[in-house]
Design a protein around this ligand. Structure first.
Ligand code: GLU
Length: 415
């Protein structure tokens, strides 16, 4: 059967709902996306050829507030994936107690084969197409796979041109000169590292000299590596879509970041280390594994080869439902995506608040608020998991959907 992220997410809330008293009518609402917009638009490429691109924006649920979530550019983007990712954003924002619903967008394209000018044209036209459902109090995009601060600047500019005045609160993850928050770029990776640190505290373990493998070395994977290294862990393996590097003495993370991630180059272009097959990374004998690439990476066919005792999901949806159950039975601790990688959207919220108020904070303040919110959510999830004897994932879902259900009870149904 073909993998469906939207189905995985539905199965997960169905499972979690058994530990709650949420009325069936609210569960019905939570299983359906509120709005999905599909757009196809022409773009003139550098060689003058006109190509039609298809994109999506799903606003999954807005019970808690305006919808929030990234936009990704990838050849594998499809409607099912966007819906699944928008649902994950809904639970993530609810779990972190943010005043947001969840959304996600994507355009089917291969950004590695597009020039900067082509990317700009695609971004501006996609923004114009989804413009009717965007707004600082309606839906606020952010970066995701293969989109960056620059993409957000183009989105903000396009939106601002349409409405006739600059609107910095329309996107988050902008360049700092445009009102982007300090610490936003590092936030997701920083949050992944904090989630692992908190789990280690609960388990009475020391991060010092623990070994880590990271799949994906984009913004999330690379910053996770950097912060875990600062916390005393040893990053022994990394990979991206081109290759992997393994060194049990520890890899030179800062240098690889400067040479590759910062310059948007693939790991294969880093010539100082001998590359290995990227698949080797997932199954190494390490203490901690961070899948920080795409969904559906740990599945029934490779889960038995996974040796890590702790997995923190830097990516959204990297473990399938069946694989998750196998890991659970084996006693592997999985910090779920909606908690592990929530640092990004938490700082996005801080960026939005700064943009709406026109008051900007220093990095220390941003980091302080992010860490506090993340640690509070971690505690809630841990306590719920202990109380009900369930996995951290199911516990995270229970906390998230209970909050949304509570809001529905007050808001009622329209009309
Ligand atoms: N794309 C990121 C995520 O999946 C960030 C979303 C945001 O900041 O709105 O959490």
């Amino acid at each position: 059967m073909q993998f469906s992220l939207a189905n995985v997410v539905k199965e997960q809330i169905e499972k979690a709902s058994r530990y709650t008293n949420i009325p069936p009518y609210i569960m019905k609402i939570l299983k359906c996306p509120m709005r999905v917009l599909r757009v196809t638009f022409p773009v003139e490429m550098d060689n003058k050829e006109v190509v039609c691109f298809t994109g999506f924006r799903c606003q999954y649920n807005n019970a808690l507030g305006p919808t929030k979530g990234g936009v990704r550019y990838h050849p594998d983007v499809n409607e099912d994936e966007v819906i699944g990712l928008a649902a994950l954003m809904t639970w993530k924002c609810a779990l972190l107690d943010l005043p947001y619903g969840g959304a996600k967008g994507g355009v089917i394209c291969d950004p590695t084969k597009l020039s900067e000018k082509e990317l700009e044209k695609i971004t501006r036209r996609y923004t114009a197409e989804i413009m009717p459902i965007l707004g600082p109090h309606k839906d606020i995009p952010a970066p995701d796979v293969y989109t960056t601060a620059k993409t957000m600047a183009w989105m903000m500019d396009t939106y601002s041109m349409f409405i006739g005045h600059p609107e910095p609160a329309i996107v988050t993850g902008k360049p700092e000169v445009l009102g982007g928050s300090k610490g936003r770029k590092q936030a997701t990776g920083r949050g992944v590292a904090i989630s692992i640190r908190e789990l280690y505290k609960k388990l009475g373990k020391d991060l010092k000299d623990s070994t880590v493998a990271i799949q994906g070395f984009g913004n999330v994977g690379s910053h996770t590596a950097l912060f875990l290294e600062q916390m005393g862990a040893r990053i022994v393996a990394i990979s991206d879509s081109t290759c992997g590097f393994i060194d049990f003495n520890g890899l030179p993370i800062s240098e690889i970041m400067n040479e590759c991630t910062e310059k948007q180059k693939c790991l294969i272009e880093y010539k100082k280390l001998k590359p290995c097959a990227k698949e080797e990374i997932l199954t190494l004998d390490v203490d901690i594994l961070v899948p920080a690439a795409l969904e559906n990476q740990i599945h029934i066919n490779n889960v038995n080869a996974i040796k890590a005792k702790v997995i923190s999901e830097g990516a959204n949806g990297p473990i399938t439902t069946e694989a998750d159950e196998v890991l659970g039975k084996r006693g592997v601790y999985v910090i779920p995506d909606i908690l592990a990688n929530a640092g990004g959207v938490v700082v996005s919220h801080l960026e939005w608040v700064q943009a709406l108020s026109g008051l900007y904070w220093d990095e220390e303040e941003v980091n302080y608020h992010m860490e506090k919110r993340l640690v509070t959510a971690f505690e809630k999830v841990w306590n719920k998991a202990m109380e009900l004897n369930i996995s951290l994932r199911t516990a995270a879902y229970v906390v998230a959907i209970e909050r949304i259900a509570e809001v529905y009870k007050f808001r009622g149904l329209f009309p």
